[in-house]
Ligand binder design. Sequence first.
Ligand code: PLP
Length: 405
Amino acid sequence: MTYPIDKIRNDFPILNQKINGLPLVYLDNAATTQKPKAVVSRLSDYYLMENANVHRGVHYLSIQATEEYEKARQYIADYINAEKKEEIIFTRGTTESVNLLARVMAPWINKGDDVLVTAMEHHSNLVPWQEICRERNARLRIVPINADGSLDLNFLDKLLKPTVKLLAVTHISNTLGTINPVKEIIKLSHDKGVPVLIDGAQGIAHNPVDVQDMGADFYAFSGHKIYGPMGIGVLYGRETWLRRLPPYQFGGEMIEKVTFEESTFNVLPYKYEAGTPNVAGAIGLEAALRYVRQIGIEEIDIHEKQLLAAATSQLEQIEGVRIFGTAKEKAGVLSFLINGIHPYDLGTLLDQMGVAVRTGHHCAEPLMDTLGITGTVRASFGMYNTLEEVDIFIKAVKQAVKMLR
Ligand code: PLP
């Protein structure tokens, strides 16, 4: 079957507009993806016709909203092949998922312990661990990367010791595009008794995710990176872990029994969902995953890799270009610099030509330090980008370089 690009583009009206008089070429998908009509209309249907608070109501709308919310949880559990829907905790996004885990794991992390992160982590999967390590007098150890932007697995193997309480590693680097061999990494870690959190903020949008097959103890992701709403995300955690760990926030929904003296806590997953949840977000995320499934994540992956290959080979021909992240296993993320040109200047000129890219450190400052640079220009592809857009992007880069030189 041919890839239904016309249908897809038609489903994303935002793409069909002009910026500065030129057709929009949206290449900032690693920051956030656009939303198809199916997601927006699901949200609007919910708010116009179905809205109610969940779980405590006896009236029709509340019961319906609760059913839809729990159906979304089940759909997401099936999508990532979690064993049970109770292992799906709704959060605001990857950042909150990581913070939740860091907070509830804190009592397990003591003086002399280690937490491992990698040199390619987004700040969201680094700073929470840095803070917990500081608080608990533990050490944060960094798994380095190789010259091509792949992880140094030999070094990781050496760092995996009995003092390590957790390895937190990204599935796909938002800056380098590197797809980490998460199954192998988890096996290596589990062999040494170390649990693993996978930051799936990018992974979820480009790869099939099967948490049981990869063996993840925890997997975090955001709805907005996979064509879903902002403000909704997931922390998947294995039931055995979630049962053992304490609650995160306290208040309504997460309790079983409350007296003025003390409280007992609800069962999974509600133990981790204090307060009124983002019901529309959860339902909207289900709609987004349904949409992705209908196109096929493998087909999307193949399509994006074609765009990446075309963009990379054309970009390499530009004099003075340096591409960061050339690992063999790589998703549709292209970070680069052009000698003598500031990334911000290049990004601004591209915007004037209708091309949306991101410039800067991409929330990975320590990675920039490792690479000895302050930032890059990053083009990142989504399911709706086209080869024609790659050509426009490359032409725009060439024109900008001419102007800036
Ligand atoms: N981790 C990675 C790899 C990311 O790319 C991002 C966002 O860019 C995050 C974490 C944080 O995601 P959010 O801002 O949705 O919480």
